[in-house]
Design a protein around this ligand. Structure first.
Ligand code: ATP
Ligand code: MG
Length: 248
């Protein structure tokens, strides 16, 4: 299916194999996982490889961390600052309580920076300022529509409390609105933490449906596309999966 569709390769080793070439162009993908599971790292690599391998500008919209905080934690040997100095990647921090203006802000930033790849970190932080799930759904739908018009390929980051298989998003709506869902799983094997991922859905293309390990290397993440694994022990202290009702 879909061999002739246009794609945005992530540039992340192994992930594009699982995606049968990349994310369908101009789609939105919800990348969810618990704290420290690699969401920010993966999405920064999506932007970095966008410039260095595919000549596409990137825009990172952060609601909590500043540019310095994001880049200090980046565990790779990259000249990310150099790409920022050249205007190829822009990192913008917004206050999430300004969510009513967010769509206009995204639009002007995408146009100004000529970004073809966008990261929103995180949809969860933004949604926590919205009063009810109906309005969260509307906000994400409106954002989706705007990003589609702007013709960007977008990663929405979602924070979840645990790596339980049934826990995909915080509010239970994000995964339905995005075109694709990639879940990052933080597990434990013996005394060591493990990183795994699963592509749960990707509209417009066939894709791999198994859990694969990934590792942090000096030049980026490496997803082991030929190796599959079962989720290894949940790190969460949280024993119940939250529903939207838990937050309102
Ligand atoms: N070389 C490495 N090998 C394994 N894990 C690493 C390595 N370098 C960094 N990490 C882990 O990856 C984490 C960074 O992940 P990242 O910040 O991308 O996670 P995140 O899912 O965005 O987290 P948060 O929800 O807190 O924003 C670090 O906290 C660290 O634990
Ligand atoms: Mg993060």
């Amino acid at each position: 299916m879909g061999d002739d569709i246009e794609r945005t390769p992530t540039g992340i080793e192994g992930l594009d194999t699982l995606l049968h070439g990349g994310i369908p162009k101009h789609h939105t993908v919800f990348v969810s996982g618990p704290a420290g599971s690699g969401k920010t790292t993966m999405s920064l690599e999506f932007l970095y490889k966008g410039v260095t391998e595919y000549n596409e500008n990137g825009l990172y919209i952060s609601f909590e961390e500043t540019q310095d905080e994001l880049l200090t934690d980046l565990p790779f040997d990259w000249d990310f600052e150099g790409l920022i100095d050249q205007g190829r990647i822009n990192i913008v921090k917004y206050d999430p309580y300004q969510y009513e203006d967010i769509i206009g802000l995204i639009r002007s930033n995408v146009k100004e920076t000529e970004a073809e790849r966008v990261v929103i970190d995180s949809l969860t932080a933004l949604s926590l300022y919205v009063d009810n799930v109906k309005d969260i759904r509307k906000l994400i739908l409106d954002m989706n529509e705007q990003l589609r018009k702007l013709q960007t390929t977008t990663m929405y980051i979602g924070e979840i409390k645990s790596s339980k298989p049934e826990e995909i998003s915080r509010f239970g709506v994000e995964e339905f609105i995005a075109d694709g869902v990639i879940t990052l799983i933080l597990g434990q094997q013996g005394s060591e933490l493990t990183n795994q991922l699963l592509i749960r859905k990707m509209r417009g293309t066939d894709h791999d449906r198994k859990i694969h390990p990934f590792k942090f290397q000096d030049d980026g993440l490496k997803v082991y596309a030929k190796e599959t694994s079962i989720p290894s022990g949940d790190q969460s202290q949280n024993k119940t999966s939250p529903s939207a009702d838990d937050f309102f």
